[in-house]
Ligand binder design. Sequence first.
Ligand SMILES: Nc1ncnc2c1ncn2[C@@H]1O[C@H](COP(=O)(O)OP(=O)(O)O)[C@@H](O)[C@H]1O
Ligand SMILES: [Mg+2]
Length: 327
Amino acid sequence: MTGAGPLGRRITPAGRQRGRDVMAAWHRLTDGDTVAVGPADGTTNGNGHDSGPGPVGRRPMSLAPWSVDGGGREDGRELLSVENLSIHFGGVQALRDVRLRVRTGEVTGVIGPNGAGKSTLFNCLSGLLQPDAGTVTFDGAPLRGAPSVRARRGLGRTFQTPRLFRSLSVLDNLLFGCETADWSGHRYVFDPRLGRLPQIERAERIAALVGFRGDLSVPAGSLPFGDLRTVELARALCGAPSLLMLDEPASGLDADQAQSFVGLMRELGDMGLAVLLIEHDMALVMGLCKRITVLDFGQVIAEGTPEDVQRNETVVHAYLGRSAARA
Ligand SMILES: Nc1ncnc2c1ncn2[C@@H]1O[C@H](COP(=O)(O)OP(=O)(O)O)[C@@H](O)[C@H]1O
Ligand SMILES: [Mg+2]
């Protein structure tokens, strides 16, 4: 028996089973720390947050000249809209009435001190946490359901502490992303030609794109920390997201690597991808983001261009002043 698939496609029982397998894998990937691949030295703090930098990612390959048909590219369309999002943990109001907008072809930043609620916001958006209140609209329709469902809608993410299937090879981790893309039927916004490639070739190209030059056949769990970040970014891109959410992707990168990362993000944005970026490196955030939302104690205290945010007295007092004082 066949039935209508996600985009109205006819799907076979085998196709349906493949979809179930992909969804089950998503649950395993996003369900708790058992599959989190921490830094090689195991240094994470009690909150599951990274406590230390690791070695590095490598210099990314440019999208050009591969991306000669950037067809379908669109800029500035509102892709994600968040209104009045709130969640509490016991006595901690982690998010209160948060409002956020993300547009295609732009890198949007979320900044704020530790504990401000940034990762919680990502967890609410990606379906790991159920907010107490609020509405989230993605690509014109409410964003609901499990992380696997949201991934199929086009929402890709990485974690503050990278999460990969540690016993699977790097390639298999990337193929898992490709399988999500094929199941959803999405095109690769940042490079439509990728969708016409067999999964393995696609995975290899995306690994090269993010600057991973290592062996794709080794288990992901054997990689140094910097490579975990790189491979996790590749896995997210393999899933053909239209929104890519990155939680402190540059932490642990040196100045050169951060520069390469910035270059890649610019290119992805230029190709029409929407990027939502949590990052502590202010030079990176200010140089890359078109708009920035500032959180403090779970509330939005400012929103605007990098210039607006840097001039905002509340922000300077609550965050930038503090980080400047620490520096
Ligand atoms: N699963 C959880 N259970 C209880 N408290 C949590 C949980 N996740 C986050 N918190 C708390 O919510 C607040 C926001 O945390 P988080 O979103 O991780 O901040 P940020 O990413 O901005 O550093 C912190 O006070 C944190 O301790
Ligand atoms: Mg965080």
